[in-house]
Design a protein around this ligand. Structure first.
Ligand code: MF3
Ligand code: CO
Length: 252
């Protein structure tokens, strides 16, 4: 399938979907503290999405059983919320959330510190976020898709972190996952030429240790093989004729 170019009307709907998701994320961020369960975060997130007139796009996606992915420490992505999983001081927690508004999907992820965390892990979280911004310097008409991938890799590799290769970013629009796939590690090919009107979910997943990951027996939770922590940062981005618009990050 080819990469879709959104019309003016579709871009407006993407903006609206993403704005509503950003609101949900900001509210969820305020909840993060020792003592809250991952179940509670999902419950409140699901309610916030619906209050925003959104439909949770993760719920029932290939059987995923929740609206928010909540991944703690060595869990990379797709953690399943649970009553027994209580956040503790020193943890990091990644919240991945998305919604559908008037047929248009939005997708974004943030990693938070729970109380005080080690400076080593704090740096991992900050650099994972920064790698997204390094990547989107190339999210411009006329650049190639893999310029983004290579920029993320170049930035991250200097720290010796492991870049997750088994999961990638993606196009987004009337479906959660559209073409193209967006790797966060160096590519030999250039990838597609970027054009105004493309909407991309760019989402580096970065491990403190090695890049290898495995799946838990729940068939969803992705964890680092070495058990070291992992961070995730994602926004839905619009390619324009000028600077990219980060739709899930307050251009409002
Ligand atoms: N943000 C995730 C992604 O882009 C979506 C979670 S998949 C789900 O792949 F199944 F958990 F919903
Ligand atoms: Co995504």
């Amino acid at each position: 399938m080819a990469v879709t170019i959104k019309s003016k009307r579709e871009i407006e709907l993407m903006r609206e979907s993403c704005k509503r998701l950003e609101y949900v994320h900001n509210k969820l961020g305020e909840l993060i503290r020792p003592g809250i369960s991952t179940y509670e975060i999902n419950k409140i997130g699901d309610r916030l999405i619906r209050e925003q007139e959104g439909i949770p796009n993760f719920l029932d996606y290939n059987g995923y059983p929740a609206s928010i992915c909540v991944s703690v420490n060595e869990e990379v992505v797709h953690g399943i919320p649970k009553k027994e999983r209580i956040l503790e001081e020193g943890d990091i927690v990644s919240l991945d959330a998305g919604l559908i508004y008037k047929g248009y999907h939005s997708d974004a992820a943030r990693t938070y510190a729970v109380g005080r965390i080690s400076s080593e892990v704090q740096q991992l979280v900050e650099r994972t976020r920064q790698s997204f911004f390094e990547g989107i310097r190339f999210a411009r008409e006329g650049c190639h898709l893999h310029d983004i991938s290579n920029a993320i890799d170049d930035y991250i590799s200097q720290f010796g972190y492991g870049i997750v290769e088994d999961l990638v970013g993606h196009g987004i629009g009337t479906k959660l996952h559209e073409d193209p796939q967006i790797p966060n590690f160096r590519q030999r090919r250039k990838g597609v030429l970027l054009k105004a009107g493309m909407t991309l979910a760019i989402e580096p997943m970065i491990n403190l240790g090695r890049s290898d990951v495995e799946w838990l027996d729940d068939d969803w939770t992705v964890v680092t093989e070495d058990g070291l922590p992992s961070a995730h940062y994602e926004n839905t981005v619009l390619i324009t004729k000028g600077d990219p618009e980060i739709l899930t990050l307050g251009n409002w």
